[in-house]
Design a protein around this ligand. Structure first.
Ligand code: CP
Length: 344
């Protein structure tokens, strides 16, 4: 079920956008959203990432799987974790990487997105990794690039951030095992503006998670959130009770229109995660956050840096998961478990 609040506008993505991620053989061509992707593809991403996580632990962290391929990072919006881990992932796969600095590109002189794309495409590249503040931008690009180019959505507006969701699934699987059916996962905070939450919810449900909960004040929840297959709570204690995984989200003040909250102090009092409040969850709970974290707003430092936190592991696993998605889309003949390559 597509959440109306998150569905990119038809004029941006076109009617068939939800079907364009897979090629005629059912392999991943673009990675734009976790919505509509089956357990098989999502599990393949996780399995493929496992072998890359091992490579990332080695002293020589490079394999030749994408040698000769050119990957273009097109970030129209700020990023620390996503842009750098995509760049590292591409380099570890031996691809050539081009980082387009949008603030110094011709886009700032009025060139349209399509014209920018067509010019970069003329340089014979193989993949665009796109972050954009408009929901639907990655779909729009995927619908307008040459057929040989793969597009990865690195976050579009409040719509989707699929590689973040998959690195989160990878982190959960590494800590809690492969059976998501046993798990209760609680997502806390600004769900309304969060592309991460939407992609996580789709991924968790498509991996058959036992229970997915969202916890937020009414003003920070989309009106039809229940249609996404989650249980809704407005009280933090009740919402994280017996949770195996608690995912905290940042207040996205840059996307808020009008006063949705009384104050950050009041928000922290009600929804900020402290060690004391975390006692309601299971004793072996893991605490996650996609970053950037706002200490003292949605999470206390004692939790962010505490024994239950896996926040920095999420960042590390992001490289392996992005390597997996890149090889699955660009080297579609490759299969999970065949990723060590000629490591010389
Ligand atoms: N999680 C995430 O998308 O972080 P960045 O904005 O730093 O890329």
């Amino acid at each position: 079920m597509v959440n109306k609040a998150t569905k990119p506008t038809d004029n941006l993505i076109g009617r068939d956008a939800w079907n364009i991620q897979l090629d005629n053989n059912g392999h991943l061509k673009h990675f734009l959203t976790t919505e509509g992707l089956g357990t098989d593809i999502l599990t393949q991403i996780l399995d493929t990432a496992e072998s890359f996580a091992d490579i990332n632990e080695k002293s020589v962290k490079k394999v030749p799987l994408l040698r000769g391929k050119t990957i273009v990072n097109l970030f129209f919006e700020a990023s620390t974790r996503t842009r750098t881990t995509f760049e590292l992932a591409a380099k570890r796969l031996s691809a050539d990487v081009l980082n387009i600095n949008i603030s110094t590109s011709a886009t700032s002189k009025g060139e349209t997105l399509l014209d920018t794309l067509q010019n970069i495409q003329a340089m014979h590249c193989d993949m665009f990794v796109v972050r954009h503040s408009d929901s639907g931008a990655a779909h729009y690009i995927a619908n307008n690039v040459a057929p040989n180019i793969s597009v990865i959505n690195a976050g579009d507006g409040s719509h989707a951030h699929p590689t973040q969701a998959m690195l989160d699934m990878f982190t959960i699987r590494r800590n809690k095992g492969a059976n998501f059916g046993n798990l209760r996962v609680a997502i806390v905070g600004d769900i309304l503006h969060s592309r991460v939450a939407r992609s996580q919810i789709h991924a968790l449900n498509n991996l058959n998670t036992g229970e997915v909960r969202v916890i937020a004040p009414k003003t920070l929840l989309p009106v039809d959130i229940e249609n996404m297959g989650v249980n809704v709570f407005h009280d933090l204690h009740t919402g994280i009770k017996n949770a195996d995984v608690v995912i905290m989200l940042r207040l996205q003040k840059e996307r808020m229109q009008g006063a949705l909250l009384p104050s950050e102090q009041e928000y922290f009092k009600l929804y900020g995660l402290t060690e004391e409040k975390l006692q309601a969850a299971k004793s072996d709970v893991i605490v996650m956050h996609p970053g950037p974290i706002n200490r003292g707003v949605e999470i206390d430092s004692t939790v962010a840096d505490g024994k239950h936190s896996v926040i920095l592991d999420q960042v590390s696993y992001g490289i392996a998961v992005r390597m997996a998605v890149m090889t699955m889309t660009l080297g579609r003949e490759k299969v999970a478990g065949d990723n060590t390559g000629d490591n010389k």
